[in-house]
Design a protein around this ligand. Structure first.
Ligand SMILES: [Zn+2]
Length: 61
């Protein structure tokens, strides 16, 4: 059993649909707070790259 506290909530990856700019298909990516956390490859070969983390005051605390 896994329970998430307030701190973990923002770090739980959320699956999100993105539209491939190359073929228009939907690609499922995993995001944390809107940031893609791992590369996602479309069936056409296009890769949505992981986005670099942007540190905010909230992340440091
Ligand atoms: Zn594609």
């Amino acid at each position: 059993m896994v329970s998430f506290g307030c701190e973990d909530k923002n770090k739980t990856p959320i699956p999100e649909e993105r539209i491939c700019p190359q073929c228009g298909e939907e690609i499922e990516v995993f995001t944390v707070k809107g940031r893609v956390i791992e590369d996602a490859v479309c069936t056409c070969g296009y890769v949505i790259r992981e986005e670099a983390p942007i540190l905010t005051v909230q992340d440091i605390q």
